[in-house]
Design a protein around this ligand. Sequence first.
Ligand SMILES: [Zn+2]
Length: 408
Amino acid sequence: MCFLRTQTSVGPVAGNFKSHGRVRIFDTTLRDGEQSPGATLTHGEKIEIAQKLESLNVDVIEAGFPIASQDDFKAVKAVSQTVRKPIVCGLARTLEKDIEKAWQAVQSAKKPRIHTFIATSQIHMKHKLKMSKAAVKKQAVEMVGFAKNFCEDIEFSAEDASRSSPEFLCEIFEAVINAGATTINIPDTVGYSQPNEFGRLVRHVKENVPNIEAAAISVHCHDDLGMAVANSMAAIMNGARQVECTINGLGERAGNASLEEIAMNLFTRKEFFETGTCINFKEIYPASKMVSNFTGIAVQRNKAIVGENAFAHEAGVHQHGMLADSRTYEIMKPETIGKISKLVLGKHSGKHATKAVLEEMGFFFSGEELDAVTARIKQVADVKKSVRKRDIVAIANEIVKGNKNEVI
Ligand SMILES: [Zn+2]
């Protein structure tokens, strides 16, 4: 049960944009994430990921781009028939054939959504679309209206919004909301924006689109300059109430904002943000592992939240503090995200950490014996950098037997 579930209003609050409604998590691992170079998922894997996203309690699953390929169409359709709790969304350009195909794919979902997009920046309109502003606006309005014939829940994205004129953005958002859009999305498509600037853009839209109360404000940030999560958090501070993100931050080029980082920022700093999500945190680590295994894209060891080292403590002073009270060096508990903390024994490890690790493995040493094991582990670590479990067992057995011969 999500205690924030009832707070769904998206209307403006004078002077305070923070404490207004919870943040909806829109996961696009199966669409934008699957567009990552090198990441391909089988049909079965997509279904398993969708089920994992459902247990993670995301609000929206963007399952694919149905017109892009027959495989995408089939996957979106299968996800629509499999999950029941989240909204299932299919992507479509502002073209009738795309929207019809998207609807065919999502119509069996319990909660279907059509997500349609067109670019609004000068550079995209001129060089890619070869369309004038007026033509882009007209097509957006007509196609949102067309999609509305099929589906109540319509999201409209202004592609490359962060490089678009804020005035034009407000104009097109007002028009598509009048045509029936229920979510308007502000993407930083090329990962160009900076947090203060992006926050200002979201606030500008919130303050200057007269009918904005009829729609939720969403953002979709890319990580080309490493700002995807920071920009998403700035957007939330300024009134965005849907964030688009992916497991492990997968996505085009440098990737999208990472779901686990956004969710844990909102959880760990809830007093600061005065809002939260309905994410089931215990599924974060298992979901990360699943996506990494299926896509074959490893998570970097030092990645925030889900990296192998995210909760590992090696320095002796840190390990001593951790054993006394984990809050000394841990702002989050690994168990919260479904992971067990890991003390790594290395050359910086002290006696306290060594004792704790040994006891976990069933060896109970004290006094001189403990000193001897600690010293021996440091010797091994000097040579091998990290000490494996079997090395520790061998060292412990060596001490137990009083046998100081070489064991490694
Ligand atoms: Zn994207």
